[in-house]
Write a protein that binds this ligand. Structure first.
Ligand SMILES: Cc1cc2nc3c(=O)[nH]c(=O)nc-3n(C[C@H](O)[C@H](O)[C@H](O)COP(=O)(O)OP(=O)(O)OC[C@H]3O[C@@H](n4cnc5c(N)ncnc54)[C@H](O)[C@@H]3O)c2cc1C
Length: 404
């Protein structure tokens, strides 16, 4: 991987890995069990600058390249996917839309709060009737004196409870379908204000919260259980004109761009889960004895781990290559979809095999393999399902073969 990683990347990887082993591993199982948001570790990660890795320094971020950010997500996911998605959703979904599409005033108002981890951010696109077909949004934004009146419900929104700053999409011209979608920044207080305040986080006093924006039902999920996923409700919310993000009617195109970079993040997260599962299985099979020998000494076990290690290497190349294209300012939509598709399906395969290689022990919560298996599944669903990735890739194939 030397082609991609320099000494700074490796140093960052080691720092995150040390932190994860020290602070995340001891609590991951309990947080998953209780579906509890890891506030203490989020505060620690904010202190390490991990909530603003690729965000420009002038807005309070670390100003590092996309690969640095992916390595952070990957390394966290080797130990716990809930921590990794917290960083990933906050950064690519919560912060970069404002960095990429915001005015100077919007960037200086919200990005430093997000990049420092003072407040958490998110992205509200999915609706009850608009999942894969995200252009079918029913959330309405109607122009009024000084702003827009927003009404609608977003579902499955990462950080809808704990977070305070969100980019949401709404129909400003429904007859134009996807060309009538516009983005807005909405704000609301965190649902865990006391907990956040106790850690010096949360920003209730300085942010202008918008009446009618609130968190709804919290999801009881199969995986990513320590990550916060809820409805985000927009009830007769008057959003000031200065909160409109980007031009009117550009919401769809802009969130497609946001999802392209988000998909590389989910690829990195999936890679981390696959690596973690393989390591767990490798260690277990090296100490477990059956028929008088280590389980690892059976050739069929070695073959399975060898195959997984090979596919992990392939997934790294896809993912880091997509990040390189993005860093170079080249088109990377097809490569991001390929990386996400391949790595997320690999994370399922690797975690299922890890459980199998560990027998009954893999099926219990004494080892992280079963949690990793539950965490892997959603990687094939969030930020576009595997089927949608295949559609995106196929669309590129046709465009490349038959340019108009
Ligand atoms: C834990 C979690 C966190 C999430 N976080 C966020 C977030 O922060 N912000 C946000 O906006 N959203 C978020 N989501 C939503 C996520 O992006 C959607 O769940 C996802 O895009 C799929 O939409 P859906 O659930 O409505 O499934 P549907 O679109 O209803 O899909 C159901 C099935 O039909 C298939 N399908 C649909 N259309 C096609 C087609 N054209 N061809 C072939 N198959 C098709 C799908 O692949 C899937 O298998 C999150 C979801 C989860 C589970």
């Amino acid at each position: 991987m030397d082609r991609y990683l320099n000494e700074d990347h490796r140093r960052l990887q080691r720092r995150v890995s040390d932190f994860a082993r020290e602070a995340i591993v001891p609590v991951a199982r309990e947080l998953d069990d209780r579906a509890e948001f890891p506030w203490d570790n989020v505060k620690a990660m904010a202190g390490m600058g991990l909530l603003g890795v690729p965000i420009p320094k002038e807005y309070g971020g670390q100003g590092l390249d996309p690969l640095s950010y992916l390595l952070v997500v990957q390394e966290l996911a080797r130990y716990d996917a809930s921590h990794a998605i917290t960083v990933s959703a906050h950064t690519t979904l919560g912060t970069t839309p404002i960095v990429n599409f915001g005015t100077e005033e919007q960037k200086s108002r919200w990005v430093p709060l997000l990049a420092s981890g003072q407040v958490l951010g998110g992205f509200g696109l999915t609706e009850p009737g608009a999942g894969s077909d995200s252009g079918a949004s029913r959330t309405r934004a109607v122009r009024e004196d000084g702003g827009w009146r927003l009404d609608g419900a977003k579902i499955f929104i990462t950080h809808a409870g704990v977070g305070e700053i969100f980019t949401v999409t709404a129909m400003t011209e429904p007859e134009k379908r996807s060309k009538g979608i516009t983005s807005f920044v909405v704000t609301k207080p965190t649902t865990d204000l006391e907990r956040a305040r106790g850690l010096g986080m949360g920003h209730a006093d300085e942010l202008d919260f918008i009446d009618g924006v609130r968190a709804g039902k919290k999801e009881d999920k199969m995986g990513w259980r320590a990550s916060d996923t809820r409805e985000l409700l927009l009830e007769d919310a008057l959003v000031p004109e200065e909160n409109r993000l980007g031009e009117e009617g550009r919401g769809f195109i802009n969130f497609m761009k946001t999802l392209d970079s988000g998909r590389i993040g989910i690829a990195a997260l999936s890679l981390g889960i696959a690596e973690g599962a393989c390591e767990t299985a490798l260690h277990y099979t090296n100490q477990r004895k059956q028929f008088g020998r280590k389980v690892f000494d059976f050739q069929s076990v070695q073959f399975r781990l060898a195959d997984l290690a090979t596919e992990i290497e392939a997934a790294k190349h896809l993912t880091y290559h997509a990040a390189w294209l993005m860093d170079q300012g080249r088109p990377f939509s097809k490569e991001a979809a390929m990386a996400k598709l391949f790595a997320s399906e690999l994370s399922m395969k690797a975690t299922i095999q890890a459980v199998q290689l560990m027998g009954g022990a893999g099926y219990t919560d004494e080892y992280p393999a079963e949690r990793m298996l539950r965490d892997a599944k959603v990687c094939e669903i969030g930020e576009g399902t595997s089927e949608i990735q295949r559609l995106v890739i196929a669309r590129h194939l046709v465009q490349e073969a038959f340019p108009q």
